[in-house]
Write a protein that binds this ligand. Structure first.
Ligand code: ATP
Ligand code: MG
Length: 278
């Protein structure tokens, strides 16, 4: 069971004279329970890849399948609710008078028997107490609360796959941690794809990392493989600072340390390199 993007290409305005190729030969496989992180400089095709994966646009070449079923803009209605998308700044799309009504909108639309129960469960999953937040207006939430409520709105539809476009952008440390927790919660029932500019946010818990550059895959592998391929990453994509610090110290000491994302392990490696206690 997986969401699979196979050798996909996409051009905006195809055949209309001012065609713009945004993706070329891209492969992505997201298993249920998995977390794929998509990195890449601005304009590299990350959001386009998500639009393709949820059937908002059709691949010009290649194909997208959801658990073996072809995904396309035509199939989107039928596969509605199977792939949830959280757009950048999703809080700008709140419309209901209360958080609970907003989150219940998806389940109501899908004909759920108990939409408010679904909404309450989704709010709880993202760490918002439905009794405290459910009856508040969504327009007066803090940035982190609002982002979590938006994630709950998609989770309430119980998607099998959840796609999030830069879900932590513009949040402070607490807000980012809250969104990371919401993503972790989503993973218990869905395969998750996170587009981010900040490798350090999700890489430690990811099982796959894709790096896009100019619409093509510059890297695809596990986080550990990416740490050892750091020299070949495109400009504009940096490893998390923890990993960079270890690699830079290794250069200074003429050593070849194993890169890590874990600060404690990094501290051990750095002290050992400097001849300090283990
Ligand atoms: N609606 C559109 N019409 C034409 N070209 C577009 C459209 N949307 C995006 N593009 C172009 O396609 C390319 C990929 O855009 P995309 O939004 O996927 O990039 P991105 O990696 O998400 O960038 P960012 O990090 O800035 O969000 C860019 O060159 C962009 O200008
Ligand atoms: Mg984008």
């Amino acid at each position: 069971m997986a969401l699979i993007v196979e050798d996909a290409g996409f051009a905006y305005n195809a055949g209309r004279g001012f065609e713009h190729r945004a993706l070329e030969g891209v492969d992505m496989t997201v298993e249920r329970g998995g977390l794929t992180v998509v990195l890449g400089p601005t304009g590299s095709g990350k959001s386009t890849l998500l639009r393709l994966a949820c059937g908002l646009v059709d691949a010009t070449e290649g194909r997208v399948t959801i658990d073996g079923q072809e995904m396309s803009s035509a199939a989107r209605r039928r596969l509605r609710g199977r792939v949830g998308m959280v757009f950048q700044n999703p809080e700008s799309q709140f419309f209901a008078a209360s958080v609970l009504e907003d989150v219940a909108f998806g389940p109501v639309n899908l004909g759920a028997a108990h939409p408010h129960d679904e909404a309450r469960a989704a709010l709880t999953a993202v760490g918002l107490d439905p009794d405290e937040f459910g009856f508040r207006t969504p327009f007066e939430l803090s940035g982190g609360e609002a982002r979590r409520a938006a994630v709950a709105g998609v989770l309430a539809m119980r998607p099998d796959y959840l796609l999030l476009d830069e879900p932590t952008a513009g949040l402070d440390a607490r807000g980012r941690a809250a969104v990371r927790e919401a993503v972790a919660a989503a993973r218990s029932s869905a395969g998750v794809v996170v587009v981010t500019h900040e490798a350090s946010e999700f890489m430690a818990s990811a099982d796959r990392v894709l790096v896009l550059s100019g619409g093509s895959l510059a890297f695809s592998g596990t986080p550990a493989e990416m740490l050892s391929a750091s020299a070949s990453l495109p400009a504009g994509v940096r490893l998390p600072d923890v990993a960079r610090a270890v690699l830079l110290a290794g250069e200074r000491w003429g050593a070849n340390p194993r890169a890590t994302l874990d600060p404690r392990e990094a501290a051990r490696i750095l002290t050992a390199m400097a001849g300090g206690p283990r």
